[in-house]
Design a protein around this ligand. Sequence first.
Ligand code: GRF
Length: 198
Amino acid sequence: MAPRIAVLASGGGTNLQAIVDYFSELSSPSGTIQLVASNKSSAGALTRARNAGIAAESFDATDDGTALSTLLARWSIDLVVLAGYLKRIPSLVIDKYRGRIINIHPGLLPDFGGAGMYGQRVHAAVLASGATTTGLTVHFVDNEYDHGPVIAQWRLRVKIDDTTESLADRVLSAEHIVYPRVVEMVASLTGAGLAADF
Ligand code: GRF
C-alpha cells in the first residue's frame, strides 16, 4: 500500500513545494502526502500546504517527542520527510520510525554538517574551506544531527566567483530536482515493505 507521508518543515518550504508539485504530476505516486507539520505556526510551509489542499498543523516541539509522535499516529503516518525542519527529532519518534525518516542537507555529508550547520552557514563554511565541490545529501535520520545513513548525494562544482548566495541558490535548485525523486524512491521501497535497518 502507498505509504502515508508527513512532511516536517520549519521554514518557507520550497522543498515541500517541489515534492508536492512533483507528486501531483505522477499518475501513480508511490506515496501520498497526508500532512505537513511544523514546530512554527507561522511557517510558510504550512501556508503552501493549505494552498495545495494538504492538512497543515503545528505542534509543540519542546516536549520529549510525545506531541509529534501523537500527531504522526493520529494521521497513521508511515514515512516522515524532513524539509528544512530545524529541530532534532526526539528518540521517542526515532525509535518508532527508524529507517522511515529522511532529511535533506545542503552539503556533502559528513562534511559541513552537525548542530548549527544549516542555511548560509553551510555554504560559507564550504567557501572558507576552499573545497572545489559541494552538493546535497539525502539521508536517514538518527539521534544525531545530519548523521544517519546516506541515501543519495548530488555533487556540484564550486566556481571561482561563487558567493554564499550563489552557492545557496545552485544547491537549493538541485535540491528541488533531487529530493522529490528520492522521496518517491524511498516511498516506493517503504511501500514494498523494505525499511532501512541501522
Ligand atoms: C534546504 O536547504 C534544506 O537542505 C535544508 O533546509 C533548507 C530548506 O529550505 N535542510 P526550504 O524551506 O525547503 O526552502
